[in-house]
Design a protein around this ligand. Structure first.
Ligand code: ADP
Ligand code: MG
Length: 209
């Protein structure tokens, strides 16, 4: 079956209609950047580089000099790898706890929602909860209770997260397939949660055509 893949930039543009996405701007030239504050995150956006950090395609920059250096290095990386560049995505840097939220189309259950611990330990922790889409607020709560690492969200280390907002946004994400039935796979990793916000900071979508 033919597929269509959305890079982070396109995926976040779609997701913005449903859930909060980290502030971002896609640029081709450093002069276009409108952000005034640091730190910022720079990312290479190309269908040829869907796992950006695997190739060194994600840079956190703390000042103007690092921005210039980081930007140049991403442009050079794209040239070296002969990537067809959509652009460089510039994002606000957000602190918080990293979660993953995914949707998969299952041949038996239809669209299912996956939710769990994100970041670099995703694969090791395998701390994931699954429900059929769409979910209710009550389901969202029970998905959080399923997690072995849930105490982190409730402030085990003082890193309290806005759990109320998290639940509401899980419900909203679970309803996306009602509008976009051809979603075969949606990966949000990370969804960053902190005391105040719940923000998508990376995403990828695969549609069946
Ligand atoms: P990849 O394509 O490799 O998954 P990501 O966009 O997820 O690239 O970036 C890699 C990692 O960088 C993320 O898992 C997260 O830890 C961090 N990161 C990405 N974007 C942001 C951001 N806007 N603020 C803070 N950290 C970020
Ligand atoms: Mg990611």
């Amino acid at each position: 079956m033919e597929k269509e893949v959305y890079t982070e930039y396109r995926a976040e543009k779609l997701l913005k209609k449903f859930v909060p996405v980290v502030k971002n701007q896609l640029v081709n030239d450093i002069k276009e950047i409108k952000f005034k504050k640091f730190p910022l995150v720079l990312k290479i956006i190309s269908l040829g580089a869907l796992h950006k950090s695997d190739i060194g395609g994600v840079k956190v920059v703390g000042n103007k000099e690092e921005l210039e250096r980081g930007f140049k290095s991403l442009i050079n990386l794209a040239k070296k790898k002969r990537l067809k560049l959509e652009g460089i995505l510039v994002q606000e840097f957000v602190k918080g706890y990293e979660l993953i939220v995914g949707i998969k189309k299952d041949s038996v259950f239809g669209h299912v929602l996956l939710f769990g611990a994100g970041g670099i330990y995703t694969e090791i922790l395998k701390d994931i909860s699954i429900r059929a889409c769409p979910i209710t607020l009550k389901d969202a709560d029970s998905m959080i209770q399923d997690l072995k690492t849930k105490d982190i969200l409730y402030g085990a280390r003082g890193e309290k997260a806005n759990v109320g907002k998290l639940k509401k946004n899980l419900v909203k994400i679970s309803k996306i397939p009602l509008r976009y039935k051809k979603i075969e796979e949606l990966d949000i990793n990370p969804l960053i949660v902190n005391k105040k916000d719940v923000l998508v900071a990376d995403a990828r979508i695969v549609f069946e055509k």
